[in-house]
Design a protein around this ligand. Structure first.
Ligand code: PLP
Length: 309
């Protein structure tokens, strides 16, 4: 089965770990980046020596399964990079559909998924969808403090990694597995955070995965209909709106930086835009421990700010 490592790391470390297992210097990799985090994943693969081709995806859109399959066909690609939820835009890729099309078009290509801001908040079935690597972190939808990275690797990934020339020490998933089977860790584990993760996973299991995914979809719908009433526009199209995060264009007469500052004055912290969306949007995470009443309060503050202009 899959090997799962829970590392003392943030999410970026897990993207690097996925690269260290999947990339062989000189090998071709197809990136489907539609924002900053997809771009980060591609840059990491490049640093491991991959020859990275980039499929263009508009911010707020997601890669189309058939287009990905077409690019992969006959290309000898070693790996495909997908970002489940692109946190910079709030777009959620249909990983199930893209992975199915990719697997059919290019059976040997390793499918790597950045699920940092989606795991626990949106369905991602690694084995059923035949994903080779899932990279995630503790601090987003899992509602654990920051500091743990999660990497799940398929038997296919571990087999390719064993024969690859990319070096791995800290991230070595096979070494992690050998230790885990002896109830050991390869180096000092973040025991405090593992206890927190244990509590969070127990809560999630009690709630049920389907219920947790539905809870996140409801938060998204609450937030998106709230901003629509204020004339504000989400970056991500309805068809690919992430259940965990929304990037918002504040609309005429309002400036993103001003909205963020006005919210901060009211004790509400939201994020700004990244890359080309810098200064254009504010971003709201509605995942993990966020509840409907938090979004009610945020939407009330936004209504006040919009009315004041
Ligand atoms: C999709 C995605 N990938 C990667 C990262 C990087 O994670 P970290 O900041 O934990 O290193 C983030 C963080 O927001 C993310 O949202």
């Amino acid at each position: 089965g899959y090997e799962v490592g829970v590392y003392p790391s943030s999410g970026t470390g897990m993207l690097e770990a996925a690269g260290a297992h999947a990339v062989d210097p000189g090998g071709r990799v197809l990136s489907c980046a539609g924002g900053e985090f997809g771009g980060r994943f591609a840059a990491i693969a490049e640093r491991f020596g991959a020859q990275v081709d980039r499929l263009h995806v508009e911010p707020g859109q997601v890669p189309d399964p058939e287009t990905v399959a077409e690019r992969l066909r006959g290309g000898g690609y070693r790996a495909l990079l997908l970002t489940h939820c692109e946190t910079s835009t709030g777009a959620l890729t249909d990983v199930r559909a893209v992975a199915a099309a990719a697997r059919q078009a290019s059976p040997d290509t390793l499918i790597l998924v950045d699920a940092v801001s989606s795991l626990g908040g949106a369905p991602l079935l690694a084995a059923a969808w035949d994903i080779d690597a899932v990279a995630s972190a503790s601090q987003k939808a899992l509602a654990v403090p920051p500091g743990l990275g999660i990497l799940a690797g398929s038997p296919r990934l571990l087999e390719r990694a064993a024969a690859s020339r990319s070096p791995r020490v800290y991230w070595d998933l096979a070494a992690y597995g050998r230790n885990r089977r002896q109830r050991r860790a390869p180096y000092t584990p973040a025991v405090n955070l593992l206890y927190a993760m244990d509590v969070a996973l127990e809560r999630l299991e009690n709630e049920g995965f389907e219920a947790a995914w539905a809870r996140h979809r409801a938060l998204r719908d609450q937030f998106r209909s709230g901003i629509a009433r204020l004339g504000m526009e989400p970056v991500a199209a309805d068809a690919c709106a992430s259940p965990t995060v929304t990037a918002v264009r504040p609309g005429p007469g309002l400036e993103a930086g001003g909205v963020i500052a006005a919210l901060a004055e009211r004790g509400i912290l939201v994020a700004g835009g990244m890359g080309p969306l810098s200064g254009q949007v504010f971003r709201v995470g509605h995942m993990g421990a966020v509840e409907p009443r938090h979004l009610d309060r945020l939407l009330a503050a936004l209504a006040e700010i919009a009315a004041r202009g």
